[in-house]
Design a protein. Structure first.
Length: 197
C-alpha cells in the first residue's frame, strides 16, 4: 500500500503553515471535483489505484500525499496540478503601476490563472462621486480588477484599497465588496471567476 509523505520539507513554523494550507486546499478541491462528477471514494480508488482509506485521509486533511499521488488524483478528476493545489485568497493582492519601471513597449503579466472555470469580463465607467453598493459573487469566486483610467477605492469587508490608473488587484469576491470614486471619473475592467459548483 502506498504510504503518505510530506509534500514540503522543513521543520520550521513557516513550512508547517504552508503544508497545512496546501493540505486544506487539496482536500477542498479534491472533494469539490469528486462530488461534481458524482464519484464516490470507491470510484476514485478504482480510477487511481489508491486505497479508499488514503483518499479519505487526504479529504479529511490527515495525510500529506506525494506529488505522484496528487498526479493520479488530478488525472482521475481531470484537474491540473495547479487546480488541485489552488489555495483560497485570504486578502487582496495588489499590483501597482509603479512596480513596473521598464520603458517603451511592454506587456505585464498581472495575474496568471491555470484553471478552467466560468468567468465574466466587465468594463465599468464610474462617474465622479460614485458610491458602490457592497455585494459578493458567491462562494469560491475570485475577482480581478484593473484601473484603466482615474482612481477608485475598493472596499473589501472592512478594508479599503486606493487603486490608481494602471494598478491591478485580485481578491476573494465571496466577501462583500464595492468600488467608489472621488472627484475623478474612473474606468475599471473586472474579471470575475466563478466556482465550478
Amino acid at each position: 500500500m502506498t504510504t503518505s509523505h510530506t509534500m514540503l520539507p522543513g521543520p520550521d513554523a513557516e513550512s508547517s503553515d504552508e503544508i497545512a494550507l496546501l493540505r486544506t486546499a487539496v482536500a477542498a478541491n479534491m472533494r469539490r471535483a469528486r462530488l461534481a462528477r458524482a464519484m464516490s471514494l470507491r470510484d476514485m480508488s478504482a480510477h487511481t489505484g489508491l486505497s479508499t482509506a488514503l483518499l479519505s485521509q487526504i479529504e479529511r486533511e490527515v495525510a500529506n500525499p506525494t506529488v505522484a499521488t496528487l498526479a493520479r488524483i488530478g488525472q482521475a478528476l481531470d484537474l491540473t496540478f495547479a487546480e488541485l493545489t489552488r489555495t483560497a485568497l485570504t486578502e487582496p493582492e495588489v499590483i501597482r503601476r509603479s512596480d513596473n519601471k521598464s520603458k517603451g513597449p511592454r506587456a505585464r503579466m498581472l495575474f496568471s490563472m491555470m484553471e478552467r472555470r466560468r468567468f465574466d469580463i466587465s468594463e465599468g465607467v464610474l462617474p465622479p462621486h460614485t458610491a458602490g453598493v457592497a455585494s459578493d459573487h458567491g462562494r469560491g469566486s475570485i475577482e480581478h480588477g484593473y484601473v484603466v483610467a482615474g482612481r477608485v477605492t475598493l472596499v473589501v469587508g472592512s478594508d479599503s484599497y486606493v487603486l490608481e490608473e494602471g494598478d491591478a488587484v485580485r481578491f476573494s469576491s465571496a466577501t462583500p465588496h464595492a468600488y467608489s470614486t472621488d472627484d475623478v471619473e474612473a474606468t475599471l475592467l473586472t474579471v470575475v471567476v466563478y466556482n465550478d459548483e
